[in-house]
Every structure is written in C-alpha cells, then in structure tokens.
Design a protein around this ligand. Structure first.
Ligand code: CA
Length: 667
C-alpha cells in the first residue's frame, strides 16, 4: 500500500511536470526579441488548409478564436496556438474556413491582451474588429490578370493629383452614383447638370498621370456600421494597414467586398490611362495602448521616450519604431502586399521623417525590384520630436541619401503663397518680394545649380535633392487652406480676376518647374473649403468638390488643362538628371526683390522640339517690361492665355502682365 502511494505521487509529479506550461523566454530589452525571417506571418489560406502565424516572442500563451460574424456573438471554435522558434506561434486548421472571422489574444507577463486581428491581417469584418478568411482568388475583378499599368518612361514624367475618396463624388451635382465609394472613382461617363464632365473622366481630361488617394487602408474614425450618418474623415488614424477602408465599400460587413471594389477602382484607373498612389501612414497608429500592435505585443512596435512612455513624433499619441527589425519588416511586407495584390503604382509616406533612412531605402529597393516604375515620396518632416537620432531620420534634407524616394518641397510651396503657419502671409505669386530665390530653388527641383544663392532660399540653405525626381513641387494640398482660400485670405482687397491671375501664376510655376508637380484635387476649379483650414473631420458640405465651379470658372480649368499638356508635350520641363538641368537651364539676372524670375532652357533639352525656351514670372501686381535674350521668340503663354500653336512673335523686350507668367520658344 505504502509503496503504491509512493508510486502514485511519483506519477503525479511526472504528470504535473508534463502539463506545466513551458515558461516564456525572458527578454530584458526589445532588441533581444528573436527576429523572424519568413514571409508567412498572418494567414496562409487554401480551401483545404489555413495556417495562422503570429510573432509574439514573450507570450506565454496565444489563443486563436473563430466567429460567425465580424462583431458580437460567442466564438464557435478556440485554438491554442503552438510556440515555434523565433517567437512565432502557429495554428494549422485542415478545413475550409472561408468566410469565418477570427481574432488573436496573447498572454504576456500574466496579462491577457484584448482580442484583436493580427498586424498582417488582409481582410476584416465591420469596423476592422476581427480578421476574416477570404479567398483572394475570388476578389479579382474581370480581366484582373490582364490589368495593365499605363506607360511611365521616367519618374520625372509623373504629374500627381491628390484626392479624397468622398470629395470627388459626394456633391449632388457630381453625377456619380456610388457617392463616397471606391466604385465612385471607377464610374465613367458622369456629368454635372451643366453638362461638365466629372469624376474619373474629369481627371483624365485634366491630363495628370497619377491619382494620389488619401488614406484608404482601414482606419478608425468612421463607424462603418453607421454609414448613413455620412461622417467625413481624412483617415490619418490607421487600424489595419493591409486592408482597404470599409466605409468606402458598398458592404463593410463582408471582408471580400472592399477588396474587390478597391481592385475595381484600380482597374478602372489603369484602363483610363491613370496610375494610382496610396497615402500610407505607417508612422503611428490611430490608438496607442489599445492598438492591435500593442494588444498583441506591448511596446515593441513603438518608440519610447526617456520616461519609458510612448514617444510622440506624430503628435497623435505615439510613433512606430521602423528602426526595429520586425517593424521594418512589417512595413516592407505591407507595401509589397499593396503592390502585388492591388497593383498600386506609388506610395506617399505620411510624416516620413519619423521613419529611418534605412527603412525607406529598403522599401524602395524591394518595391523597385518588383516594378521600377513605382513612385515613392513622402513628407520629409515629423510632427514632433523623436528619439530617433537626427542623422537617421528620413527628413527632407536627407532626401539625397534615399535612392528612389522623393520629398515634398515646402520651400516652393511657401515661396509661392507664403508660410502655411501664417495665413495672411503672401508669397511670390501673391506679390511678396524677396522670394525669388525660393522660386528659383523650386524651378531646379531643389538640386545643385551654380546660379542659386542657397543662403536666400526660405527654408533650405543647401540643395536637398540628388536628382530632380526627388522633389515634389506643389503650392497646395489637403492640409491647410485651398490655394483659392489662401489667396482670398492674404489678398482680400484685390478683384477676383486679379486673384485668378495669382492662382494661375502659382501653378504655372509648379507645372513648368523641374521635379514632380503635384495638384490638390479641385485646384483647377478654384476649389474652396469656405476658408476652413483643417478640414480633417469637417462635413462633406465643406470638403466635397462643387462641380458647378467647372462651368463657372471654365477658362481657369482650360488653362490648367493646357499647362498640364504643355508639360507633357515638352520634355525640357521634365529633365531627368541634375547634370542636364545644370547644362541647359540658365537664370536671367534680375535685382533682388524685383519679384521677377526668368530663365532659359537651351539646345533642345531632353529631346524637346523647341530649341530654346524662355520662361518669365512676374509676381508684381503691375505689368513689368523685361529685356529678353536676342533673337525672334514665339509666345505660347501669357498669363491664362496658352496656345502652343501661336504665331505671336517677340523681340528685344516684352511687357510681362501683372501676376503672370510668359513663355516663349525658338524653333
Ligand atoms: Ca475602418
């Protein structure tokens, strides 16, 4: 008896030992977390088998649960995931899970996180609360396999048009049925009641090459279950990076619908000769403590301040740590997913200065290996201080250290219209003297040019672009006032006709400068947001494009269209290298503060038909006589009048109209 008791105790101990959890590894710093090199994190689906993998090195336990719906109800199945090497937890289910919803939950430091989708989730249900098993093969629109991108020979051929999904279609006069939806941007043949062409046809008519859409991955601020409320948000509050936003789909409950409709939009743009860029916000998450990243793996995905809390270079409560290997890997794989699954043609990185240079270079290398014509650019600044050493930040001044990555030029933007931080301030186009060098800096796309006095450029005292394709030239975007509202603010006492001259002068500079021109959607219709500056959650009434303006300001639209065409017809405005610009582009001498900028582009630059081109900008609100280089010149631009077939000749001197550009050529 006694012996058998002893034996049982021994068995019990063995049993207890066998049942005891393997204790989680102890890590003292995030740098000690093992790095996983595989490319199969998240769900790998086939109709016969689904494999789920989650990277969570310090976890003691990871649960995977399945549901019938994207929200509510109790789980139908629960699976305890198995720990493998390099911190990866795996569950394999040999059945067809298509349509089911799922969540992950981790136990770390004896605390369960919330049930959330994993970072790599590619399909979700309503409001992005649960992942969904979707058969991606079934999400492809008709003829998706033959989807062909419009030709793009060189990055300097890009002309960008920045658009919010709702702005294009929400106005009752847009003539677009699928208002505020991805499908709205796929609708052709739409017209306003006045008969003006709207929507995608309008963009095509304008002649730009790329439509840049504001954040359209799954973001938080719009309740997808209350779409009838018609709430508006720019969407800079990411929730699920690899999933399209539900409120832009016709059914946010079914994860496959938003995927299919996003692809239909891409296909329609491509079929209409337009490429598509996605605005991506990997620099922070919409919520901090409660984010999917942080619930599954506290802390790792974010940078910490000296006190150990979340640092906040985004000014939105947190900043991601792109310099940590598994964050960098996540961003690279996410971008790859959008390229491969959705056929995207470019990415605009929000607050790119928060990312490290190495990450941006790796993204560029990976993406350009798949497709060298993909265009990458970003905001070369941060929204606040970051613990990332300054020398490592993907800032504008470091653009020349990033291959195949461009940055926005706030130099030319504010040089033309005045500082965005000072609403009444004016710039060259609105008559402020001493901005000439900033305009010239914009003309040469922030590159090295022997005639520039960099000391006198508003924000940069040295060239920051290695090549012209690294500069985004613009005067307005979704942030801050529209160009028209800005001119109204800073020049309240001039007539509408004079303000139109300033508007056209500003974008004539943008569209004739070297580098990549960027237009804010609706600028070609003198778009107004009723003077509101930060409209990130203003109603559609403020944000939507009013298509009646296309009729009211028809001559303005025609001018924008001709300026775009002028750029496309003349490669001299799109020189691909800094050396070529140095060789062909020569500035004229005007006294400082004269509000005059002039230059010539000589010797059929970049294969142009025109042997020599003369460009003059007059920011003065009065006409200015200017002596021009010798020879007979043909005038093609005089303010809003543009005619490439013009026979008007000029010699010796010309009078440049107030707040206007003039362009001439010699054949
Ligand atoms: Ca959402």
């Amino acid at each position: 008896m006694k012996k058998s008791i002893q034996f049982s105790s021994f068995l019990l101990i063995i049993l207890l030992m066998a049942c005891q959890e393997t204790p989680p590894p102890i890590y003292n710093t995030y740098e000690e977390y093992p790095v996983y090199e595989g490319n199969d994190l998240g769900l790998t689906f086939t109709p016969k088998k689904s494999t789920f993998k989650l990277w969570a090195p310090p976890a003691a336990k990871v649960m995977l649960r399945f549901y019938e719906k994207g929200e509510g109800g109790t789980f139908t199945k629960e699976v305890e995931m198995k720990r493998g090497g390099t911190g990866v937890w795996t569950a394999v289910l040999k059945e067809n899970l298509e349509g089911q919803y799922y969540t992950f939950q981790t136990l770390i430091n004896e605390k369960w996180g919330a049930e959330v989708p994993d970072p790599y989730v590619k399909a979700v249900g309503i409001n992005g609360k649960r992942g969904q098993v979707v058969d991606f093969e079934k999400t492809n629109p008709t003829d998706w396999a033959n989807d062909t991108k419009p030709t793009l020979k060189k990055p300097t051929d890009v002309i960008l048009y920045e658009l919010h999904m709702r702005d294009l279609s929400m106005h009752e006069n847009s003539g677009i049925k699928n208002k505020g939806k991805f499908l709205g941007l796929a609708e052709t043949g739409t017209k306003s009641p006045d008969g003006a062409v709207t929507g995608i046809d309008h963009i095509k008519e304008l002649g730009v090459t790329h439509v840049h859409i504001l954040p359209s991955y799954d973001y938080m601020s719009i309740d997808e279950s209350k779409l009838e409320d018609n709430n508006f948000n720019w969407g800079y509050d990411p929730q699920n990076y690899n999933v399209p936003e539900g409120s832009y789909s016709t059914n946010p409950y079914d994860g496959a619908v938003r995927i299919k409709e996003f692809k239909e939009m891409v296909k329609a743009l491509h079929d209409n000769g337009l490429r598509i860029v996605l605005d991506v916000v990997y620099n922070h998450t919409g919520v901090t403590e409660e984010s999917n990243f942080n619930q599954l793996l506290p802390g790792y995905y974010y940078r910490q301040n000296e006190e150990g809390g979340f640092s906040n270079a985004s000014a939105c409560g947190n900043e991601t740590a792109s310099d940590r290997p598994m964050v960098r890997k996540f961003i690279i794989e996410s971008v790859k997913h959008w390229v491969e699954e959705y056929h995207l043609d470019g990415f605009r990185f929000d607050l790119m200065g928060i990312h490290d240079i190495e990450t941006m270079n790796q993204i560029s290398a990976v993406v350009h290996e798949i497709d060298p014509t993909i265009f990458i650019y970003g905001e070369g600044w941060t929204g606040g201080d970051t613990p990332l050493p300054e020398n490592d930040r993907a800032l504008k001044k470091h653009t020349h250290r990033m291959k195949g990555v461009a940055a926005f030029s706030d130099d030319i933007r504010d040089g033309l219209k005045g500082s965005v931080f000072d609403a009444p301030d004016r710039g060259f186009a609105s008559g402020k003297p001493y901005m000439e060098e900033s305009v010239k800096f914009g003309v040469v796309a922030s590159t090295q040019h022997p005639q520039l006095n960099y000391e006198k450029v508003n924000y940069s005292n040295e060239p920051w672009a290695g090549q012209p394709s690294q500069t985004i030239s613009y005067v307005s975007c979704h942030d801050n006032h529209t160009l028209w509202d800005r001119l109204t603010n800073s020049q309240p006492n001039v007539s509408e006709a004079d303000r139109i001259k300033m508007d056209i002068l500003a974008n004539t500079v943008v569209l004739t400068s070297q580098g990549i021109p960027f237009l804010h959607a609706g600028v070609e219709l003198l778009r107004t947001k009723d003077g509101e500056e930060n409209t990130y959650r203003s109603p559609d009434a403020i944000n939507k494009i009013d298509w009646s303006r296309k009729t009211t300001y028809k001559p303005v639209f025609e001018t924008y269209k001709k300026l775009v065409q002028l750029r496309k017809n003349h490669p001299a405005f799109r020189m691909p290298t800094t050396e070529m610009i140095q060789q062909h582009l020569k500035f004229m001498d005007f006294p400082e503060g004269s509000l005059l900028v002039g230059y010539t582009i000589s010797d059929n630059a970049n294969g142009d038909d025109w042997k020599e081109i003369l460009v003059l900008f007059n920011g003065n609100q009065v006409d200015k006589p200017v002596d021009i280089p010798t020879g007979d010149w043909t005038m093609v631009v005089r303010g809003g009048e543009i005619d490439e077939d013009s026979q008007i000749q000029a010699k010796n001197s010309v009078k440049v109209p107030a707040s206007s550009a003039m362009i001439f050529y010699k054949s």
